[in-house]
Design a protein around this ligand. Structure first.
Ligand SMILES: Cc1ncc(COP(=O)(O)O)c(C=O)c1O
Length: 381
């Protein structure tokens, strides 16, 4: 980031997609660099500063600079998906290293840890989301190399106190990495709270339009770990295409307005549904009844996000029937786009899921909130 850029607010940098006017045509919108390779000078040097696009592509520059600026990070890297970004962090460890991860977390990453990372040699242990005491105890006992946090965490939106967890990690020299997909940098900035690495499924709120699969990492320090992660991306090849990088930058231009709207819509819906007789739980960090509300107040600003889950008093069949009756909410997995989505989470996760069978996950979009409430209330009738 230039000295001039560093003086600007995140909203300004995002709205202008970093605002770097490209030469020679002075384009307001940056070009897409489709090249896979770069010309060498007669002296053998690389005057463009790049060799081959599996390692890096100029279309990444503004996208990564904006993610780093939004997170208050030293640097950022884009990946082919959120899973690829997360996997690169774990692969940067050495076989034999210990990992502490939350019991409730994005299920496909949990499955990858158990089915790939553990046989590869990482020692995986899970801590109770939201229990700093459990995390502290397991950290003392296991001396992990990495503490993984997801907050708010799928699918119950449990909060983990990032500042407290970072201190616990720092005391034993562990890396603390945060999957901040649901929070977005608009609501939580983990590096300011002491985390080392921030991860996003950029497929979700960062891009925001359900048309790109992408991942991102941001780091507090450009250190040896970060260099190793860069090597893993370039050598393993889990890279983002230039078109996807460009679309991601375009999506992030509206990040702040989209997140503001989903927070307002979600808070309104959660308050409206919290006493509904058909529901046993409305799980939303913005409600005082949510177990993580106090931590959310402490570490989230501008709102509590667009993700919530509801649990149906009458069990799984009622949850299925509720989803089937929705008209405005689309029945689909994923989250963080402009349109609202609903899914019966346990059946998406499949065998071995820890998700309650009566739970429906809602990703609240930017539609008019009255339409969303009418749809939910009709489907609950
Ligand atoms: C919280 C969270 N982390 C990581 C991922 C994985 O991201 P991707 O689908 O971009 O690989 C997801 C995807 O749903 C997610 O919700």
């Amino acid at each position: 980031m230039t000295a001039e850029e560093s003086k600007l607010h995140a909203e300004t940098l995002a709205a202008q997609g970093m605002g770097r006017v490209a030469t020679p045509y002075h384009d307001i919108v940056p070009p897409i660099h489709v090249t896979t390779t770069y010309e060498r000078g007669a002296d053998g040097a690389f005057p463009g500063g790049r060799i081959y696009s599996r390692a890096d592509n100029p279309t990444y520059d503004a996208t990564e600079a904006l993610i780093a600026a939004l997170e208050g990070a030293a640097a950022a890297m884009v990946f082919a998906s959120g899973q690829a970004a997360a996997a690169a962090v774990f692969q940067a460890l050495a076989p034999g290293d210990g990992v502490l991860a939350p019991r409730n977390m994005y299920w496909a990453l949990r499955k990858w840890l158990l089915q790939f990372a553990a046989p590869w040699g990482l020692s995986i242990e899970f801590y109770e989301n939201g229990s700093i005491d459990d995390l502290a105890e397991k950290t003392q006992a296991r001396r992990p190399r990495l503490i993984w946090i997801e907050t708010p965490a799928n699918p119950t939106w449990d909060l983990t106190d990032i500042a407290a967890a970072s201190e616990i990690g720092r005391n034993i020299g562990a890396v603390v990495a945060v999957d901040s997909t649901a929070a977005t940098p608009v609501l939580t900035r983990p590096i300011e709270l002491g985390a080392h690495i921030v991860m996003h499924s950029a497929t979700k709120y960062l891009n925001g339009h359900a048309d790109v699969i992408a991942g991102a990492l941001a780091t507090a320090k450009d250190d040896e770990l970060w260099q190793r992660i860069g090597y893993i991306r370039g050598s393993g090849g889990a890279i983002l295409g230039p078109f996807e990088s460009w679309l991601l930058l375009r999506g992030m231009r509206t990040l702040h307005v989209r997140v503001a709207t989903v927070c307002t819509n979600a808070q309104t819906i959660a308050l409206r549904l919290q006493e509904h007789p058909k529901l046993s739980h409305v799980l939303y960090p913005g409600l005082q009844s949510h177990p993580g509300h106090e931590v959310a107040v402490k570490q989230m600003r501008n709102g509590y996000g667009g993700m919530m889950s509801v649990r149906l008093r009458d069990g799984e069949a009622a949850a299925m029937s509720f989803v089937a009756k929705l008209r405005i909410f689309k029945r689909a997995t994923s989250l963080g786009s402009t349109e609202s989505l609903a899914e019966h989470r346990a059946s998406v996760e499949g065998p071995g899921t820890m998700c309650p069978a009566d739970l429906v996950r809602l990703s609240i979009g930017i539609e008019h909130v009255d339409d969303l409430i009418a749809d939910l209330e009709h489907a609950l009738e």
